[in-house]
Write a protein that binds this ligand. Structure first.
Ligand code: PLP
Length: 382
C-alpha cells in the first residue's frame, strides 16, 4: 500500500479524463444527462445519490482509514445519524462513552430515544465496566478516543475483543485523532466516523462528516440510507474537504509538535491544576495512546485553579487563541466546555468539570502560543 500522504493526494483523484484538470473539478450539477433511458455515463444520475466530487472525497477518505467503503455527509452528526439508523432498530440498546461528544449524546438521548433506542454511558477505559453494560439487546458500542473534552483514552483493540465475542458492532468516532494518527479498523473496529469539519477539512471553512467501513453489508445499507435520507454534502463542500485532506499529515505533525510544547508549559504553570494530554507520561491513558496512535494530536484540556470564574477569565484573556467552538483547524481555539460545546450534557451523567478549558492547538508558532497562554493565565489568576 502507498504511504499516507501519497494516498491523501492521489487516491480517487486521477486527472480529469475530459480536460486533464489535475485537481478534481467541483461538479456543480444536480443531475446528469442520460444517453437513452437508463443510459448513464459513469453511473451518475442525480447528485443526492452520487456526485463525482463527492466520489473522489469518499475514495480518498476510505483509503486514508484503510477501509473499503466511505460515505460522506453534510456534517458529522448527519454521518452519525445515518450510521445509527443502519445499526439499530427500536428496542435495541447501545453503549456510549461516559464523556461522549455532546452532540452525539444529544442525538442518542433526545432524538433516537424517541424511536425506542436505549443507551448506557460507560467509561470505555474500563473493560470490565463495558462487559457489565452489555445486554442481549445491545447492538452497538460507540467509542471515542481520545474523548472530547476530557482526552480519555480507550484501548480500541481491547474494546474490539469484547464487542467481537459479544456479536456487537464497534463504532469509533476518530475525529480527535484523525486518520493520520490512528486507524481503528486495523485495530478491530467495524466502522469509523469522523466529523471532517475538524482535522480532515482542517481549515475551519467547511462542515462535513464521513463513515468508513470494510463491512460490505453495512456499506450497502449506508449507501441506501445516505440516498434515502439525503444528508449529503454538496460538491463545493466535498471539494473543500478533499483539498484539506491532502495536507493532513503535515498539519497533524505540526499540531502534535505544538500541543506537546503547550501541554508542558501549562503543566509548569502554578495556576494550572491538571493538564489532560495523552502525550504526558502521567496521563492514565499514555501507554495505550502510545500503542495505538502515531502521535498524540493537537487537543489539550486543563483544569484551572480557582474554578469556573478563573477559567472564564482565562478564556477572555487570550489574544491568539480565539474563543470559539469547534477544533482541528490551523488556527488555535480556546473554549469553556461546561457552557459551550458541552452545555447539552449539563445535569447528565456526562457533565464536565466547570474549571475545565479545552484548547485546539493550531499550527502557528509554538512560542507565540505558549506566551499567549502564559499572559492569559497570569492576568486571570495573578
Ligand atoms: C464536532 C464533532 C462531531 C460532530 O460533527 P459536526 O461536523 O459538527 O456535525 C462528532 N464527534 C466529535 C468528536 C466532534 O468533535
Amino acid at each position: 500500500m502507498r504511504g499516507f500522504s501519497t494516498r491523501a493526494i492521489h487516491t480517487g483523484q486521477d486527472p480529469d479524463p475530459t480536460t486533464g484538470a489535475v485537481i478534481v473539478p467541483i461538479h456543480a450539477t444536480s443531475t446528469f444527462a442520460q444517453d437513452g433511458v437508463g443510459g448513464m455515463r459513469g453511473g451518475y444520475e442525480y447528485s443526492r445519490s452520487a456526485n463525482p466530487t463527492r466520489t473522489a472525497l469518499q475514495e480518498c477518505l476510505a483509503a486514508l482509514e484503510g477501509g473499503r467503503h466511505a460515505y460522506a455527509f453534510g456534517s458529522g452528526m448527519g454521518a452519525s445519524d445515518t450510521l445509527l439508523r443502519v445499526l439499530l432498530r427500536p428496542g435495541d440498546h447501545m453503549v456510549i462513552p461516559h464523556d461522549a461528544y455532546g452532540g452525539t449524546f444529544r442525538l442518542v438521548d433526545k432524538v433516537l430515544a424517541l424511536w425506542g433506542i436505549e443507551y448506557t454511558p460507560v467509561d470505555l477505559s474500563d473493560i470490565d465496566a463495558l462487559r457489565a453494560a452489555l445486554r442481549p439487546a445491545t447492538k452497538a458500542v460507540w467509542c471515542e478516543t481520545p474523548t472530547n473534552p476530557l482526552l480519555g483514552i480507550a484501548d480500541i483493540a481491547a474494546v474490539a475483543d469484547v464487542t467481537r465475542s459479544a456479536g456487537v458492532r464497534l463504532v469509533v468516532d476518530n475525529t480527535f485523532a484523525s486518520p493520520y494518527l490512528q486507524n481503528p479498523l486495523a485495530l478491530g473496529a467495524d466502522v469509523v466516523v469522523h466529523s471532517t469539519t475538524k482535522y480532515v477539512g482542517g481549515h475551519s471553512d467547511v462542515v462535513g462528516g464521513v463513515v468508513v467501513t470494510s463491512d460490505d453489508a453495512i456499506a450497502e445499507q449506508l449507501r441506501f440510507i445516505q440516498n434515502a435520507v439525503g444528508s449529503v454534502p454538496g460538491p463545493f463542500d466535498a471539494w473543500l474537504t478533499l483539498r484539506g485532506a491532502k495536507t493532513l499529515a503535515v498539519r497533524m505533525e505540526r499540531h502534535s509538535d505544538n500541543a506537546e510544547v503547550v501541554a508542558e508549559a501549562l503543566a509548569a504553570h502554578p495556576a494550572v491544576e491538571r493538564v489532560l494530554y495523552p502525550g504526558l507520561p502521567e496521563h492514565p491513558g499514555h501507554v495505550v495512546a502510545a500503542k495505538q496512535m502515531r502521535r498524540f494530536g493537537g487537543m489539550v484540556s486543563f483544569l484551572v485553579a480557582g474554578g469556573s470564574e478563573a477559567a472564564l477569565r482565562v478564556c477572555a484573556a487570550t489574544e491568539i487563541f480565539t474563543l470559539a467552538e469547534s477544533l482541528g483547524g490551523i488556527e488555535s481555539l480556546i473554549e469553556f466546555p461546561a457552557q459551550m460545546t458541552h452545555a447539552s450534557v449539563a445535569g447528565s451523567a456526562l457533565e464536565v468539570p466547570d474549571s475545565l478549558i479545552r484548547l485546539s492547538v493550531g499550527i502557528e508558532d509554538a512560542e507565540d502560543l505558549v506566551a499567549d497562554l502564559r499572559q492569559a493565565l497570569d492576568a486571570a489568576t495573578g
